[in-house]
Design a protein around this ligand. Structure first.
Ligand code: ADP
Ligand code: MG
Length: 592
């Protein structure tokens, strides 16, 4: 039999390796920014076009490369950062695998200018699909400018796999934030399609956080710090009052490298226990300084997951440091910022109490009108399906369905569950989830039937636009208008909201809108879903009565009735189960 094993040609091997390192434009952004930092740049410029699909360029004033190094840099396993495996454990640089440039070169067109300070002239190099196509001298300044064009141009399948510009841009912004937060002493400029998205001058960590997330974040932060033999902790946590309903602002850095650690995150969640209402997440910017020997960053190609030697100790130290900060902010509201209270505006966060938002079950609800609304057969059907599956019996003709049913008996327990009965079975409903479903369908219904009314605000509200919102605002603006929001653009990053959908009235509107924007910031909406759907999801989350809210008899009834009228009463828009049935059979079994 003939031999069948061949060695893969380098360009194929590189393309395969690229699959691990280069998933999307944002991965290229990360690698190039890290290379610039490793080259000790003080000023870094990131330029993208078409969310990086067309162009990603990073210009730095770092140490540059010699002519030979410029060529070598694109070879696989070519690195100046380690020489032997032991070096991994005293690592001071971001990169070390020597894979990034080789991988990128395998799947894109690259043009680079680079020059070292001591050299008269620099090097100009063009590479496409791993092949050097052009090399010459370059009259450039000290540092490196590297442009990546048409990512995945030679692998159409991968290119097609990329998401919309919107989604890819969000990933790039995330990577950019992570690097920029880790290096406040380096200045960054971020440009997209010839407009500047962010211009960050050198400064302290707190200045950098403000420059990225806006002035208002100042009053939300409290410092965290700890210095032990295991390592140092520094940074900020976001006060529980300002916790958000998404995970947008959670940053861990280990030796200035952004990392993900569900384990350490858990430690923080533990410390916040009891301080956050259901559905809210803690926010933090936490920096660990650890002995490089006590961590292993080589377990993941993108190096965002690392192994700690003293995991348990870190967990405990972080927990106590977080606890300490949480206790401290009660007496010292803002620590290293000069907060100017005169800047506060009506509806300010100050009056906000996330544990106890204003509740409104039903605007049209009037306790003095005694309606005895009948519920039709169709409305029970989802329930019956559950009933059938929970009973595990063959569907049969349920006699009670032939007649309409009146909700008569119901009560609330634990300020959380509404209990009623369905024929001979007991039905237990989670009030928060039920109300989410009701509001969600209500809102989408009113939008599709164009019955959504906009209500003018007596006191218009100013909202600061984050980078991500700014970058996609043109796209989402239309939907906002359609949904009943009206606003004017005050400046590059401020919006004045004049009107909101009627359903939002009497709420903390500022919070509702900020939650809404956060949705667009952090969750890449599944693309098949429309923006209207994302808005409806966010609104129903913000506006629903929470668990823990006492409801009177009529309010309970209203929830039950409206839930049963929903198209899908089984689950929330977030796929959480809304109710369960306790069957007579089950009761009999329990008590036989
Ligand atoms: P790694 O960063 O893991 O070493 P890369 O493929 O990212 O691997 O880069 C290969 C080498 O090219 C680096 O080790 C470095 O010597 C050089 N290099 C890459 N980018 C720059 C830059 N912006 N400035 C100076 N040298 C660079
Ligand atoms: Mg690198």
């Amino acid at each position: 039999m003939a031999d069948i094993i061949t060695l893969l040609p380098d360009h194929v091997a590189n393309q395969i390796a690229a699959g691990e390192v280069v998933q999307r434009p944002a991965s290229v952004v990360k690698e190039l920014l890290e290379n610039a930092i490793d080259a000790k740049a003080e000023n870094i410029q990131l330029i993208i076009q078409e969310s990086g699909k067309k162009l990603i360029q990073v210009i730095d004033d770092g140490k540059g490369m010699s002519e030979t190094d410029a060529r070598l840099a694109f070879e696989r396993h070519a690195t100046s950062k380690i020489k032997q495996i032991d070096d991994l454990f005293s690592l001071q640089t971001k990169g070390f695998r020597g894979e990034a440039l080789a991988s990128i070169a395998a799947v894109a067109q690259i043009e680079m200018h680079t020059k070292q300070e001591k050299d008269e002239v620099g090097t100009h190099l063009k590479i496409a699909a791993s092949k050097v196509e052009y090399q010459n001298i370059s009259a450039t300044t000290k540092g490196t400018s590297i442009a990546i064009r048409n990512l995945f141009f030679n692998i159409p399948a991968r290119r097609n796999f990329l998401k919309s510009n919107n989604v890819e841009l969000r990933h790039i912004i995330d990577e950019f934030h992570r690097v920029a937060l880790a290096y406040p002493s380096i200045s960054f400029v971020f440009q997209q399609n010839n407009s500047t998205l962010l211009n960050l001058s050198k400064g302290t960590l707190s200045q950098r956080i403000v420059a990225i997330f806006g002035k208002k974040i100042e009053e939300k932060l409290v410092t965290i710090s700890s210095d032990t033999t295991v390592g140092k902790i520094s940074g900020y946590i976001i006060k529980p009052d300002y916790a958000r309903k998404n995970r947008g602002q959670q940053f861990f850095f280990v030796n200035n490298r952004f990392i993900k650690s569900p384990f350490l995150h858990h430690s923080i969640v533990q410390s916040f226990k009891g301080l956050l209402p259901e559905g809210y997440y803690p926010g933090y910017f936490i920096f660990f300084e650890l002995n490089p020997e006590s961590i292993d960053i080589n377990i993941h190609p993108t190096k965002t997951e690392i192994k700690f030697e003293n995991e348990q100790d870190l967990y405990a130290i972080l927990k106590s440091a977080t606890r300490h900060s949480l206790g401290m902010f009660q007496i010292t509201p803002s620590l290293d910022f000069n907060h100017n209270p005169s800047l506060d505006i009506p509806y300010s966060y100050k009056s906000k109490s996330p544990k106890d938002p204003a509740i409104e079950v039903d605007k049209s609800f009037n306790p003095f009108v005694q309606k005895s609304e009948k519920i039709t057969k169709e409305q029970w059907e989802p329930l019956v399906k559950i009933k059938e599956s929970s009973l595990n019996t063959i569907p049969q003709n349920n006699s009670f369905l032939t007649e309409d049913i009146t909700i008569r008996n119901h009560f609330q327990i634990n300020n959380k569950y509404i209990v009623t009965h369905l024929d001979e079975d007991v039905l237990v409903i989670n009030q928060y989830r039920a109300h989410q479903r009701i509001l969600y369908e209500d809102f989408l219904q009113s939008v599709t039937t164009k019955k959504q009314k906009s209500q003018q605000l007596l006191f218009p509200i100013n909202i600061e636009l984050s980078l991500k919102i700014k970058s996609i605002f043109a796209e989402i603006k239309e939907t906002f208008l359609e949904m009943g929001f009206s606003f004017e653009v005050l400046s590059d990053n401020e919006l004045k909201v004049n009107g909101v959908p009627a359903i939002c009235m009497n709420k903390n509107i500022k919070e509702v809108i900020e939650n809404l924007f956060e949705t667009f910031e952090t969750e890449s909406p599944v693309e098949s879903f429309s923006y209207a759907d994302s808005i409806a999801q966010s609104l129903c989350k913000s506006l629903a009565i929470t668990n823990g809210m006492p409801l009177n008899h009529e309010e309970q009834k209203s929830i039950i009735e409206k839930l049963l009228k929903c198209k899908d009463s089984l689950t929330t828009p977030f796929n959480k189960k809304i109710y369960f049935l306790l069957s007579k059979n089950e009761m009999d079994k329990q008590l036989n």
